[in-house]
Design a protein around this ligand. Sequence first.
Ligand code: NAG
Ligand code: NAG
Ligand code: NAG
Length: 373
Amino acid sequence: MSFKHIFQACLMAPFASLVTSNPISPRAKTDSFSESQKLADPKFGPIPGEDSIYNEYYGVEAPFPGYLRDPVLPTEKGAPGVDDVVWQNLLSAEWIIFDFYQQAVEAFNESAFIQAGMPNNTYKRIQEIRNNEAGHLRIFQNQISPTSVKPGACTHRFPFYDPISFLALVTVLEISSMAFLTGLVQQAKLPASQAAMMTIAEVETRHEVWTLIEIWKTNPFGGPSDTVFPYANQVLDTTNGFIVPGSCPKQNPEYPSPRQKLPALGAAKDTKSLTPGSNIGLSFTDPTNQPDFDKNTQYYAVFFHGLHNVSVPIDTTSWPEKEIRVTIPAQFETKGVIVAALADTPGAPTKENIVAGPGIILEQPAELAVKLV
Ligand SMILES: *[C@@H]1O[C@H](CO)[C@@H](O)[C@H](O)[C@H]1NC(C)=O
Ligand SMILES: *[C@@H]1O[C@H](CO)[C@@H](O)[C@H](O)[C@H]1NC(C)=O
Ligand SMILES: *[C@@H]1O[C@H](CO)[C@@H](O)[C@H](O)[C@H]1NC(C)=O
């Protein structure tokens, strides 16, 4: 197994370069378009919070509504709901996460995790997380008003090869979801939307804590606050690396909306450590989308951790001939995640100030971070 690949996954951006190497093929589309349209009725099918399918279902086949993969067309004319775009972004992201777990449920079984040295209930827990994510699909569909399309599923591919590389990705993706929701909640206008998003972040936190305790046998506490990163769509954009190009339903809105298409940011291949105080080289992992640095502008690497950010000036004048190097702020605790982005202004006060990234740097568990290098 290649830990180098998972290490790159810790800075989510390089996913794009990995998606073609995954041997696990995506699920075939089996549903019919007309069946999916029934999802317009929030009372259709099992109701999240009431039905055990979203908790204790131990089948391999995708649970409701995960097999109804077509977009759900609007059933009413009129203005979109105030938070529809935010929920559409979240639903498209949820299709990626749901498929991530569903593909693992299909690829592995109970013995695969036991043979990898994991607790004997690991496969069950993965199925239960998969079920929770199916519930998220349904919850987000219901949050989008009848005047807007509910995005359907694209075809997704993930860079995992075996149970351990899958579980490493679980830990990265769950904590990334937690950080990304701190940004998305700031886009929602209705307090009820904000509360609903908070409940989802809490569920992702439970998943994360389960991996820390049961899988990595580590202290689950992540410091007094998790990390806020306000530009949620930039995080979502990095997950486009999981989407097979051209595979999205044509009725889907652009994902994410709006999309900045920033150059992906990663760490150089020879990186030995990503803990605070480490000096690392930066890499821009998508050869078709490289940054365009202005010779007369001072750029910064802005690191977000907890409720704060720290800006470190970087030398871009000799790039690309000379690698850009930066030291991860030593004052941060080795907990949770650090989100890194390059900006043309200290603190990146607006999303337009960001010129590359973000990359998500996993800090916990430390053993995993070391192995991943
Ligand atoms: C798990 O999968 C392996 C490999 O495909 C197979 O040999 C084994 O019988 C399966 N175990 C169970 C419990 O289904
Ligand atoms: C699973 O593991 C637990 C804890 O190690 C053990 O008590 C239990 O007997 C095991 N169950 C099975 C079915 O092997
Ligand atoms: C980063 O921190 C600075 C100083 O506290 C603050 O002004 C700025 O808004 C923060 N940036 C973001 C994106 O939150």
